[in-house]
Design a protein around this ligand. Structure first.
Ligand code: PLP
Length: 387
C-alpha cells in the first residue's frame, strides 16, 4: 500500500496499483470473458465471468471509490448506463426530485423509459431549500442533483440538500461529472450516491464513453452490484484501462482547465457582444459562496449568450480551434448549443422555464494555450455580428 495523504497522489496510486504478479506499474488489461475454475466453485482469483467482475474493471472501481470517499465503485458502459443502474433502485409509485438543470439524458430516461415502470419525477429548483423541502411528498424517495448544473451552472448547496434528504429518510444522488472528485466530493458533504459520466473529465481525452457510480454504504453497494450484474451494462477491460490512465492526470488537467476557464470567462465578460455569462468562478455568480465552500474551484464550464444581433450559425462556423461538438471535459476546447444538442430532449416549455434559451452557448474550456482559445472565440464573435 502506497503512502500518501493527498488526492493528487491518490489519482496515481489509489485503488489497486500495478500488478503483483509481474511488478508492472500499470494494471494489465484482462481482456477475457471468463476464468478457468480449479473445480466446482473453486475460483482462482475470485473471478468467474467478466460481466460479474473483471480485474481491470475492479481496479478502476476501487480507484473511483477511494477518490470519492465511498465504500464501493461500479463501472458502466456510459454515464447513462450508470444513471440507469441507480434509477433501477426504485419501484413503481416512487418519485424522484430532479434539480432544475440536469443533463438532458437524465431527464429523458426518466420521462421516456422509467415512466413505463411507473417511476415518476418532479423538477424542482434545488437552489431554493424551502421550495425543495415542501416538494418532498411521501412518494419521493430520492433527490437527484447536479452542481454546478448543466448547462446554466447553477450551484446547489449539496450539504444542505443532503441534510433535507436525511430528515425525510430519502437518498441524495449527485451527478458529479462537471466537478470530478478532484474538485468536489459529494459523499463528504452527505450524499449517498455519486454518478459520473466518466466520458468527460475523468477520461479527459474524448476517446471513450464510460460511467461510474460510487455509494456510501454496503447495503447500497450490494444492491448496485446486483443491478450491475443483472442488467449488465458494464465497462469493458480496455476502456477501464483507458479510464485509469486518464484519471492519473486528472489533477494537472483540472488545474489547467480551471486556470484557462477563469481567464476566458473574464475576457468573454468584457466582450460587448456577450449579453449574459454564467460561470461559478465569478465572485458575483449565483451560488459563488457555496461553490467556494463545497468545491475547490469554479470548474471549467462556461455558458454565455450573445446579443440578438449576433448570428449563432456564423459564430459556430467561424471557430477554427474550438470545436462544435457534444460532450465536454476533454483536453480540447468544445462548444455546444444546449437547446438543440445536449438539452434537446427537454420539451421547449421546460427549456424556457429553466432558462435554456436558443441563444445559449456552452463552452468546455480545454487545456490549450489560453490566448489561442480566447482569440479564436473573439474572432468568431466578430465574424458573427450581423450589421
Ligand atoms: C454526458 C453527461 C451524462 C451522460 O453520460 P454519457 O457518458 O454520455 O452516457 C450525464 N451527466 C452529465 C452531467 C453529463 O455531462
Amino acid at each position: 500500500m502506497a503512502n500518501y495523504k493527498h488526492i493528487d497522489s491518490a489519482l496515481i496510486h489509489g485503488g489497486i496499483y500495478g500488478d503483483a504478479l509481474t511488478g508492472s506499474v500499470n494494471v494489465p488489461i484482462y481482456q477475457t470473458s471468463t476464468y478457468e475454475q480449479k473445480g466446482l466453485g473453486k475460483l482462482v482469483g475470485g473471478y468467474e465471468y467478466s460481466r460479474t467482475g473483471n480485474p481491470t474493471r475492479a481496479a478502476l472501481e476501487a480507484l473511483i471509490a477511494e477518490l470519492e470517499g465511498g465504500v464501493s465503485g461500479f463501472a458502466f458502459g456510459s454515464g447513462m448506463a450508470a444513471t440507469t443502474a441507480v434509477l433501477s433502485l426504485f419501484h413503481t409509485g416512487d418519485k424522484i426530485i430532479l434539480s432544475q438543470n440536469v443533463y438532458g439524458g437524465t431527464y429523458r430516461v426518466l420521462a421516456k423509459v422509467f415512466d413505463h415502470f411507473g417511476i415518476g419525477f418532479d423538477i424542482v429548483d434545488t437552489t431554493d431549500l424551502a421550495v425543495l423541502d415542501k416538494a418532498i411528498t411521501p412518494e419521493v424517495k430520492a433527490l437527484f442533483i447536479e452542481s454546478p448544473a448543466n448547462p446554466l451552472l447553477t450551484v446547489t448547496d449539496i450539504k444542505a440538500v443532503a441534510d433535507i434528504a436525511k430528515k425525510h429518510n430519502i437518498l441524495t444522488i449527485v451527478d458529479n461529472t462537471f466537478m470530478t472528485p478532484y474538485l468536489q466530493r459529494p459523499i463528504s458533504l452527505g450524499a449517498d450516491i455519486v454518478i459520473h459520466s466518466a466520458t468527460k473529465y475523468l477520461g479527459g481525452h474524448s476517446d471513450l464513453v464510460a460511467g461510474l457510480v460510487v455509494v456510501n454504504d454496503s447495503e447500497l453497494a450490494r444492491k448496485i452490484a446486483f443491478i450491475q450484474n443483472s442488467t449488465g451494462g458494464v465497462l469493458g477491460p480496455f476502456d477501464s484501462f483507458l479510464l485509469i490512465r486518464g484519471i492519473k492526470t486528472l489533477g494537472v488537467r483540472m488545474d489547467r482547465h480551471t486556470q484557462n476557464a477563469a481567464f476566458v470567462a473574464q475576457r468573454l465578460r468584457q466582450n460587448k457582444a456577450v449579453k449574459n455569462i454564467y460561470y461559478p468562478g465569478f465572485e458575483d455568480a449565483q451560488g459563488h459562496d457555496i461553490q467556494v465552500w463545497q468545491a475547490k474551484t469554479g470548474g471549467a464550464m462556461i455558458s454565455f449568450e450573445l446579443y440578438e444581433n449576433y448570428s449563432l450559425e456564423r459564430f459556430f462556423e467561424s471557430l477554427h480551434l474550438v470545436a462544435l461538438a457534444e460532450s465536454l471535459g476533454g483536453v480540447e476546447s468544445l462548444v455546444c448549443h444546449p437547446s438543440t444538442m445536449t438539452h434537446a430532449a427537454f420539451p421547449k416549455d421546460i427549456r424556457d422555464a429553466v432558462g435554456i434559451t436558443e441563444n445559449l452557448i456552452r463552452l468546455s474550456v480545454g487545456i490549450e494555450n489560453e490566448m489561442d482559445i480566447i482569440e479564436d472565440l473573439e474572432q468568431a464573435i466578430r465574424q458573427s455580428e450581423v450589421k
